[in-house]
Design a protein around this ligand. Structure first.
Ligand code: ADP
Ligand code: MG
Length: 333
C-alpha cells in the first residue's frame, strides 16, 4: 500500500512540475519599447516565443516605416509620388482602396494627397506659418478625387501622397497578422496614438489629456480585441502671434481645422480604419463625424474644447471619466 502511495506521489509531483513548465512556456510574457514612425512603440506579448515575436514585430514596423514614408526617397510611396502612380502590391492596393473609400465617404475632409500642403507647415521639423500663395498652389494641385485605382493600378492626378494619418493604424494591422500567425494569446501594442488590444482579455485604455497638460489620462475605455486610434490637436502644434496651429488640415482651406474639437478617438476591428476615421472625424466635426463613424460600424469618442466627452451608443457604459473637470455626454440618435 505504501509503495502505491509513493508511486502516486511521484506521479502527482511529475504532473505538477509538467503543469508548471507547460504554464511557463505558454504564458511567457515579454515587452519592448522602440522608436519608429516618428513615435514610440510599445509591445507587450503573452504567449509562446514572446521574445522572438517581439523581434519580428519590431522588424515589421521598421520595414513599414521605410516603405510608407514620403520623406524617404527609396520608399514605395516616394516611388509612386515620383511616377504619379504605378502598379501596387495587393497589400498596398488594399490600403489605397480603403483610403479612397474614406476620402469619398467623408466628402473629401479626409484626403491622402495633402503631403505638399503638410510640408509647407513643416510640422515634422520646425513648424511655421506657410506662405499664402504657396499654400493655395499646393492645395489646388492636390485632391483625392484626381486619383484613381483600377485593379492594383494607381494613377495620382495631383498632390503628394501622405500616409501620415494612417501609418500607425496600418502597423497595428500588420502586427496583428504576426500575432495570429504565431498563435499569440494576448498582446497590447501601442504605436503612438494607436493601440491594438489583442485577445479576449478586457483592458482599460486611457485617453490622453487633449490639452497636453499632463501625461495622465482623463478617461478610460474598457475594451478587448480592437484597434483604438486618437487624433488630437495637441500632437504637433506651435504658436505664432498668440494663435495656436496644429497638424490636422482642413482640405478646403489648407489651414488647421478649427471646429471646437480637441481630440477624436475611433474604435474599429481594423487599424487602418480606426486611424483614418479618427483623422476624418476630427475634420468633419462632432455631428457629421459621429455619422461617418457609425456608417463604418465604428464607435467614437469626441472631446471638445469645453471638456465635453461625447461617446457613441455602442460604448455607452464602457467609458469611465477619471478627470472630474470633464463631463460625459452620451450621444443618442
Ligand atoms: P497622428 O499622426 O498624430 O497620429 P493623425 O492620425 O490624425 O495624427 O494624422 C495626422 C497626419 O495626417 C498629419 O500629420 C498629416 O500627415 C496627415 N493629415 C493632416 N490632415 C489630413 C487630412 N485632412 N486628411 C488626411 N491626412 C491628413
Ligand atoms: Mg489618424
Amino acid at each position: 500500500m505504501k509503495k502505491i502511495g509513493a508511486v502516486f506521489s511521484v506521479i502527482a509531483a511529475v504532473a505538477l512540475i509538467a503543469f508548471i513548465a507547460w504554464d511557463a512556456v505558454f504564458n511567457e510574457s515579454a515587452s519592448k519599447s522602440f522608436f519608429a514612425m516618428d513615435t514610440v512603440i510599445s509591445a507587450q506579448i503573452t504567449g509562446r516565443n514572446a521574445e522572438d515575436i517581439l523581434s519580428e514585430t519590431e522588424k515589421c514596423v521598421s520595414e513599414l516605416d521605410s516603405s510608407l514614408s514620403r520623406h524617404d526617397p527609396d520608399s514605395e510611396i516616394s516611388l509612386l509620388n515620383r511616377n504619379s502612380g504605378g502598379m501596387l502590391s495587393d497589400r498596398l492596393g488594399g490600403y489605397f482602396r480603403i483610403l479612397l473609400d474614406v476620402s469619398k465617404k467623408s466628402g473629401g475632409t479626409f484626403d491622402f494627397t495633402l503631403g505638399a500642403v503638410s510640408d509647407l507647415w513643416s510640422f515634422g521639423s520646425s513648424p511655421k506659418l506657410p506662405d499664402e500663395a504657396e499654400l493655395k498652389k499646393a492645395l489646388s494641385e492636390s485632391g483625392y478625387e484626381k486619383a484613381s485605382l483600377s485593379g492594383n493600378s494607381l494613377v495620382i492626378g495631383g498632390g503628394v501622397i501622405d500616409f501620415g494619418a494612417v501609418g500607425k493604424g496600418i502597423a497595428l494591422d500588420e502586427i496583428r497578422d504576426i500575432l495570429e500567425k504565431n498563435n499569440v494569446g494576448e498582446a497590447v501594442i501601442s504605436v503612438g496614438g494607436s493601440v491594438l488590444l489583442y485577445g479576449n482579455k478586457t483592458a482599460k485604455v486611457g485617453i490622453r489629456s487633449p490639452f497636453g497638460d499632463s501625461g495622465s489620462s482623463i478617461a478610460t475605455l474598457s475594451l478587448s480585441d480592437v484597434c483604438i486610434s486618437t487624433s488630437g490637436s495637441y500632437e504637433r502644434k506651435f504658436e505664432e502671434n498668440g494663435k495656436a496651429y496644429h497638424h490636422i488640415i482642413n482640405p478646403e482651406t489648407g489651414y488647421p481645422v478649427e471646429n471646437g474639437l480637441v481630440s477624436v478617438t475611433v474604435i474599429s476591428d481594423s487599424g487602418i480604419l480606426s486611424d483614418a476615421l479618427s483623422t476624418a472625424c476630427f475634420v468633419l466635426g462632432k455631428e457629421k463625424g459621429i455619422a461617418l463613424a457609425e456608417e463604418y460600424g465604428c464607435d467614437a469618442v469626441f472631446i471638445d474644447e469645453n471638456k465635453n466627452i461625447t461617446v457613441t451608443e455602442g460604448i455607452h457604459g464602457l467609458v469611465e471619466v477619471t478627470d472630474s473637470s470633464y463631463s460625459l455626454v452620451a450621444y443618442e440618435k
